[in-house]
Structure formats: C-alpha cells, structure tokens
Design a protein around this ligand. Structure first.
Ligand code: PEP
Ligand code: MG
Length: 586
C-alpha cells in the first residue's frame, strides 16, 4: 500500500494532505492474470471498491438540497442503479473468477462491453448514456486505486489538499496558498525556478521533478510530502505520521533556538561584522525580515506586482506598495529592483513576448524596461517618490553593458528632476546599482564599475548563464552547479573589482541563504548577504561560528582547485579550521 516517490525538495517543510490532481486521474490497469490462490482476495478487493463507490454516491445524494436535488439527484440515482445491477456485478465476478482478470482489468473489460452496447443503439439519447457507464466505472476504479484504510479515510477527511500537477506558474501560487493548499508536488521544474522561490516565500512545501507523481498518485490519496528531502509518501503509515508530528515538534524547537538569535549581532568569530539582508516580494516577507533582525531588504522583486492581472499597475499603486515597504522597514535600507519580467516570469498583461525561442536569452529584465521606457519611467517615478519615506536604492536586473546602465541613469535623473519640479519631496541622492548575473557583465565589470553606486550578484542566473544550464530544466539539475570553478572565479572577480572600487557588493541568489555555502562566500570576501528571511537566522548562526580570517587566508588554495571535488575538499578542511575553538579547551 505505502510507497514513496522521489523528486527534488524546492521549498522546505512537510505537509500531510489529500492529493488533488490537476490532471484527471488515469488509472493503472494491471493486465497480468490473477493466480488461482489470489482469486478470492481479488474478488474481495473488487467488492470493497464497489461498496465504497455506492456509499460515496449515497453520501453525495444525501448532501443535495433544493433545485440541485431534483436536477442532479436523478443522475446519481441512475448511477446507483447501475452499480447495484446484478448482471453487471455477476459479469465482473465472472471475469475475475473464470477469466482470471484483476479487478481493474475486469472493470475496464465490463466498461468496454457496455459502452459497445450503448454505441450500437439508434436512439442518440440512449447512445449518449454511455457517459454514465464511464462515470460509474471510473468511480469504482478510483475507489480500487485508493484502497485506503478506514483510519486513513478519516484522517484524509480532516486534512487539506496538496496540489499534484505537472507545472505551476508563479502567478498561480498565491491564490493556491490563499485557498489553503498545504503543499505542491510537480512532475517537472527546478528548485531555482521563480515558482520555487515564491513557494519558499509563501512557506508552501514544494517538491519538483517528481516525474512519476501524476501516474502513481490518485485524487484523494493521503500523501505526506517532505520538501527538504524531496519525497512524497503515498498512503503514509502510522510511523510516517509520527515522523511528521516529530517534524512539527522539531520546527517549534528549532524556531525557539533560532529565535534567541533574533536580536543578536551577525559577526564572525574573529569579530568581523557581516550584513544579512532579506529578499522580499510579499508583505509577509517584510514582517518576517523585521522579526529576524534583517539589516534591510537587499532585493525587493517587483515583478510579483505585475503577475496575475490584466492591467499594469500604475504609478500610484506602485508608489503605495514601495512606500509601505520602506515604512515597514523602519529606516533600514531597501533595495528595489526594477521589473525583471520575461523567461519563466511570463505575465498575463501581455508585456512579455511569448514567441521567443529562448526567453532566458531574450527580452527580459532591463532589456524589456528599455524597450518600454514608459513602463520604466512609471516604475522609477514610483520608487523615487518612496525615497521620501526612508533609504532606498534602485537595482537593475539582467544588465550586460555599461550603455544599459547609462540609459537607466538618464531616465532616473529625468524622473527625479520632473518630480522635484512638480513639488514632490524625494531623496537628494539615489544610489543606482546593477545585478551582476550575466557573465559578460562580471567579466567586463572593471570597465563600468565607476558608473555604478553598488552591485548585487545574482547567482541564480549567473550559474545558469555561465554553465549554459537552464535553471528551470530538471533534466539538467546535476549540471547546475554553483561550485563550478568558473562560477567561483566570476564571483571572486566581481567581489574583488567592486571592493577595490569601493562599491558595496551584496549576493542575493539562493546561495546566500544556503548554509552549505556560507564558509565559501566568506572566503571569497563577501560581507553582505541577501536571502529569504526564513533562512536568515540559520545563516547568522553559521556566520557567528566561523573565523573569517582563516577562510580569507585560504582563498588562493580554494581558487587553485580545478574541480568541484577539489573545491569541496578544500572547503571541508577550511570549515574545520575556521570553526575550531579559538582557545583550545584545557
Ligand atoms: C538571481 O538571479 O540570482 C536573482 C537573485 O534574481 P532572480 O532569481 O529573481 O532571477
Ligand atoms: Mg536573476
């Protein structure tokens, strides 16, 4: 009964719920003959499934009131009659006993026979009634496939739903979470996709690349998902459920332990202050950023305001959102990124071209903004107006060349001038920075760092573009490697160029929030990290336990490594050295 499917964990957390398939159930028909000694067991399974289907129909009939009762009730009665039909049941039993068909194959056989009879009828109305046969047999197949125990059914009735689908767009996730969906299992996708990033924001456990999920999970199956390990347990046992309860207890305990770090400094063991900023896109992220003592918002993704709607948000709507963000951070710095639509963040407003062969290499980020300057102007004006309420920096995504930054700078200055002359109070000086996420920008950075007030390294895209590996393609997940020597060299080079030019560098890709990389990033000289606020306390704990000078001192050795394995080996040594007690215990 119990079985497990594996995918990749994309948003941590566990969830126990009823599967809700986005694709209609397809039943697996087992065509192998039943062994003589198993005939009785198979007949019993079939009878149980028929009884369950009848009970479900009776329960459905009970629930109907008013108009619905007379209109739909007749159909349900007809279905109940078909299910109770002696000939149908005797035919099924014969197929199992004599033909040695398994229950699911017998049902399919009976269905095909009856449908053939209906199809041969002259009367079009009667002919169309073959649908009833499909519904009735489908219900029994579903009950057969479920074969859940009484306890499991009781539990399933109490829990919410987990969506099982092939893919889900970022814009669909918010309404799903609002409607109480507990988790998501996808047959495709990657933990780096924007849907996965958003699921983490929504604290919605998600598993991606569980290729077999739609084939093996049925509607209403009780499933337990573990977004950390990436597994889905179908028909979980009491032991699995105990594991889930333990996890719930652990979450509370870990939360209590980490909560002690909320007001703590982020400082390496040798006393170097490190800044941990929050990535944000939803109002809840702001509250969480404040609650865990973030140094500010290092990346505010504005595209989520553009999803799920037909009309573009105007200046006033955007201004109010940015103002609330700035006010919510109570004087801490906020970095607002201009629109980064395109690639997998396709919207419904018609902004994004949908006929591009390679959207990740297409009109996205600043390329889209500069082709639609009016769009950028509205956004820049809204951001500029928010600067009156607290410190704000403007960050530009997908930058490849100095010219793009000059164009944005020009528009920013124009907008500031217009706003001031219209009487708006805006900050005197507005810092403008670039996301370094295209290898060309990283390599050529020395040539245009002077044009930038600060930079943010977007490793999610930098890895994708450096390694030519689509961040959303689960077939290439093993090639998507932030530890590739080429990626590390680009990060080290970018940090080096920016630091020498006196510009601040924040790293805001998913690497920043993953404690596996904390020692590495400190060794590369990074001091400003930006991550999902839910990960901030863990990173603080990791930073506080490491000695930065030991890590930075070994940078050359790290850079000499030419393979991922070599890098991992050096890192392991380094971590041990950097977390050894400063004073050896007596
Ligand atoms: C990145 O590319 O690392 C990044 C932070 O931006 P996004 O994930 O929104 O593309
Ligand atoms: Mg990016």
């Amino acid at each position: 009964m119990r079985f497990t499917l594996t995918g990749n964990g994309a948003a941590r957390g566990m969830a126990l719920g009823r599967a809700r398939l986005e694709q209609p159930s397809r039943y697996l028909i087992d065509e192998r003959p039943v062994a003589a000694e198993d005939v009785d067991t198979e007949l019993a399974r079939l009878n149980r499934a028929v009884l369950t289907a009848r009970a479900e129909l009776a329960a459905l009939r009970e629930k109907l009131h008013g108009m619905l009762a007379s209109e739909v009730g007749d159909f349900i009665d007809a279905h109940s009659l078909i299910l109770a039909d002696r000939e149908l049941n005797a035919g099924l039993a014969d197929l199992v006993r004599v033909g040695r068909y398994r229950a699911s194959a017998a049902l399919k056989m009976q269905r095909d026979r009856l449908v053939a009879v209906f199809e041969a009828m002259d009367d079009p109305y009667l002919r169309s009634r073959k649908e009833d046969i499909d519904h009735v047999i489908g219900r029994v197949q579903a009950a057969l496939a479920r074969e859940s125990s009484e306890e499991e059914r009781k539990l399933a009735a109490r829990v919410g739903e987990i969506l099982v689908s092939d893919t889900v767009a970022p814009s669909e996730l918010v309404p799903l979470a609002e409607h109480g969906v507990l988790g998501v299992v996808l047959t495709s996708g990657s933990p780096l996709s924007h849907s996965a990033i958003l699921a983490r924001s929504l604290r919605l456990p998600m598993i991606v690349a569980a290729h077999e999920a739609l084939a093996h999970i049925q509607d209403d199956d009780l499933i337990l998902i573990d977004g950390e390990r990436g597994d889905v347990v179908i028909h979980p046992t009491a032991q699995d459920i105990a594991r889930y309860r333990n996890w719930q207890r652990d979450v509370v305990q870990r939360g209590k332990r980490l909560a002690l770090l909320r007001d703590a400094d982020t400082r390496t063991r040798d006393g170097v202050p490190i800044k941990l900023y929050a990535n944000a896109e939803l109002p809840a992220d702001i509250a969480q950023a404040r609650a865990c003592g973030a140094a500010g918002v290092g990346l505010y993704r504005t595209e989520f305001m553009f999803l799920q709607r037909k009309e573009l948000p105007g200046e006033e709507e955007q201004f109010l959102a940015y103002r609330d963000l700035v006010l919510g951070m109570e004087g801490l710095p906020v970095t607002i990124r201009t629109l980064d639509l395109g690639a997998d963040k396709a919207d419904s407003t018609g902004l994004v071209l949908d006929d591009e062969d390679n959207p990740a290499l297409g009109v996205r980020g600043v390329r889209l903004s500069l082709r639609r300057p009016q769009l950028l102007i509205i956004q820049l004006r809204a951001i500029l107006r928010a600067t009156h309420y607290g410190p704000v920096r403007v960050l530009v995504p997908m930058v490849t060349s100095a010219e793009e930054m000059s164009s944005v700078r020009y528009l920013l200055n124009e907008c500031a001038r217009d706003l001031r002359s219209a009487g708006h109070e805006i900050a005197d000086q507005i810092d403008l920075g670039a996301m370094i996420e295209v290898p060309a920008a990283a390599i050529a950075l020395r040539g245009f760092i002077k044009k930038l007030d600060f930079i943010a390294i977007g490793t999610n895209d930098l890895v994708q573009y450096t390694l030519a590996v689509d961040r959303n393609n689960d077939h290439l997940a093993n090639l998507y490697d932030p530890l590739h020597p080429a990626v590390l060299r680009l990060i080290a080079h970018t940090i080096g160029v920016a630091s020498r030019a006196g510009r601040s560098v924040t790293l805001c890709g998913e690497m920043a929030g993953d404690t596996h990389y904390t020692a590495l990033l400190l060794a590369l000289g990074l001091t400003d990290f930006s991550m999902h606020p839910g990960l901030l306390l863990e990173v603080r704990e990791a930073v506080n336990a490491l000695d930065r000078s030991t890590l930075v001192g070994e940078l050359k050795q790290l850079m000499r490594a030419t393979t991922r394995e070599g890098i991992l080996h050096v890192l392991e040594q380094l971590k041990i050295a950097a977390s050894a007690p400063l004073i050896a215990p007596a």
